[in-house]
Design a protein around this ligand. Sequence first.
Ligand SMILES: NC(=O)c1ccc[n+]([C@@H]2O[C@H](COP(=O)([O-])OP(=O)(O)OC[C@H]3O[C@@H](n4cnc5c(N)ncnc54)[C@H](OP(=O)(O)O)[C@@H]3O)[C@@H](O)[C@H]2O)c1
Length: 285
Amino acid sequence: MILVTCAAGKTGKAIVGALVGAGYPVRAMVRTEKSLESLKKLGVKEALVGNLALFEDVLRATENICSVYYIAPNMDPNERLNGKNIITACQAQKVSRFVFHSVLHTQVEALPHHWERHFVEQSILNAKIPFTILQVGSYMQNMLPAWGQMLETGIHRMAYDVDAPMSLVDLDDVSEAAVKVLADASYANGIFEIAGPIISLKQKAQILSEVLKIEVSAEKEALEDFLRHGKSLGFNDFTLSMMSKMFPYYDENGLVGCDKTLGWILGRSPTSFEAFVRRTAASFS
Ligand SMILES: NC(=O)c1ccc[n+]([C@@H]2O[C@H](COP(=O)([O-])OP(=O)(O)OC[C@H]3O[C@@H](n4cnc5c(N)ncnc54)[C@H](OP(=O)(O)O)[C@@H]3O)[C@@H](O)[C@H]2O)c1
């Protein structure tokens, strides 16, 4: 049985779907009761409610588990505590395979939510559990919540510079790679960048225009406007403070990795942004 944590989130559902699709028995850990039903519909064998910040919940979640796919909450002040809990529980339960869904560039202190993860990665190195760390870039799918608005307004808007380079990766590619890595013990001890091809907002807008046959332009949303909007959507203060550091960092540096490792794991080129747009447009029509 494979445990997937944070299973009801964007990443969790994609990974669970890929594992179930490949025939693996999955136990899903979710934070709230209301998420259980959607996971059962995805075909998991078992689902339980638990909080990663509570050791007893994590110990219960890891009972009789062979492999763990650890997805951490997104931008969480308890990053190190959550990490310590899952690692300690896996040691106690003698888990034989541990894959951490990390982020690209955990070495960067200017991105505190990445930097905190760097400490979790260090603990994994010394945990004496066969591990693999996947350092994953930003998803192409992050634009989907604003897809309809983009079609209506002809503006592809994000809160960073329109020329900033980003190694956007297709979450479907990430999930396919995750299944391969989890299933094959020879990936143990590996720390792999999982990044897609480099692209800027301006280049994305050009591809969106060509594929969708509408005029789409790239626009940087002012950070203050983004944060105000985020607050109105219920983003907590910690998340807003992480985002207020992340977007200026992206303005300056983008977030760029190398897509070769993902290509090697998949045995094919990672999905291009153009292919992602074509697939997405087809799914909406
Ligand atoms: N989004 C990206 O582009 C991207 C790229 C690379 C890596 N990642 C990494 O992927 C991970 C997940 O990101 P995401 O975008 O999928 O986030 P998400 O959609 O917000 O999902 C996060 C999930 O974590 C659950 N959760 C939060 N706190 C928890 C706790 N204390 N105990 C148990 N579960 C808890 C949430 O439950 P509720 O639904 O109840 O809140 C939610 O379902 C993050 O670690 C992120 O760094 C994301």
